[in-house]
Design a protein. Sequence first.
Length: 115
Amino acid sequence: MAITQDNSRSPSPKNIRQVDATTLGIAWNDGHESVYAVKTLREKCPCAHCVDEWTGEKRIAPGSIPDTIRPVKLHSVGLYAVQIQWNDGHDTGLYTHEYLRNLCECPQCKKKTAA
């Protein structure tokens, strides 16, 4: 499962790939390499079903996403987002490129977040 795209806008994914069963990787057009735990991506789904549109409050109960969660399909949405279809049947979340970049779990980004 991979999406390959080369856009002049920044930052945008050049390639999205399944690193292993529990990890997705994104190579960005600015050279950055992001890694994501798939369970974390599912828990941070930004759709209206998962996050209250008015309050921003999460609707997903902590611990309710199983460790067996996996992406089934990835779809590029225009030049701004990725839609992930999950093995639990959920597929309404649009992960904007900016949102995905902010969720990056690579050592470099974790260091910036901790500072």
